[in-house]
Design a protein around this ligand. Structure first.
Ligand code: GRF
Length: 207
């Protein structure tokens, strides 16, 4: 039997994308497994789920600067990932920009999910930005992580219609349902070796 690819998740909050990925990893034939969860927030719901389900979980102090990550914490996460044989790092609601050793070493092997159709509405509150702008469609994007904010090559996007009576919450909820499909799909493709980065484009190789 082919060995499953080990993934690490970085999450700061509720952890619903982590749960969706963990669920996919339970499916027969899914090519990845979650080796560990990092959180920079000791109160994160993601940690509760990891503890309940026996996923190794580590609270990591990323330093006092909001949205940023200290070089030491980046090195420590890299060291732990390498030690556990992690081949893919998945950001799932991680509220800091990844940089330093972890980004350098996992370049091309790190994914993020964003709650808008990139390159529109990067950064925080993608759903509110879409609503305020008045777009008819929004959605979610799974992309490779590079040094920018939500700028890496795009793997999968899913589209959601924006309704006239949508609030930020109602739109976020419908987008989230699509996120929970998109992320497991993207990780499946990556772990099956079916993604090739070609400049800005990501090619999906046939099975
Ligand atoms: C999601 O909307 C994701 O797109 C964004 O942060 C949110 C995390 O939600 N990056 P959860 O913690 O996975 O429930």
């Amino acid at each position: 039997m082919k060995e499953k690819m080990k993934i690490a998740i970085l999450a700061s909050g509720r952890g619903s994308n982590f749960r969706a990925l963990a669920g996919a990893c339970q499916e027969e034939g899914y090519p990845a497994e979650i080796a560990l969860l990092f959180s920079d927030n000791a109160e994160a719901g993601a940690l509760v789920f990891a503890r309940e389900t026996g996923v190794e979980n580590i609270v990591i102090d990323c330093g006092p600067k909001r949205g940023s990550m200290s070089p030491e914490s980046s090195e420590e996460m890299y060291r732990l990932c390498r030690e556990r044989g992690v081949e893919l790092v998945c950001l799932a609601g991680f509220m800091r920009i990844v940089k330093g050793k972890l980004l350098e070493e996992y370049a091309g092997r790190m994914l993020n999910i964003h709650p808008a159709l990139l390159p529109s509405f990067k950064g925080l509150h993608g759903q509110k930005q879409a609503l305020d702008y008045g777009v008819r469609y929004s959605g979610c994007t799974v992309h490779f992580v590079d040094a920018g904010i939500d700028t890496g090559p795009i793997i999968i996007q899913k589209i959601v219609s924006v309704m006239e009576d949508d609030s930020e919450d109602s739109l976020s909820e419908r987008i989230l349902a699509e996120e929970h499909k998109a992320y497991p799909e993207a990780v499946r493709l990556y772990a099956a070796g079916r993604l090739r980065i070609d400049g800005r484009r990501v090619l999906i190789i046939d099975e």
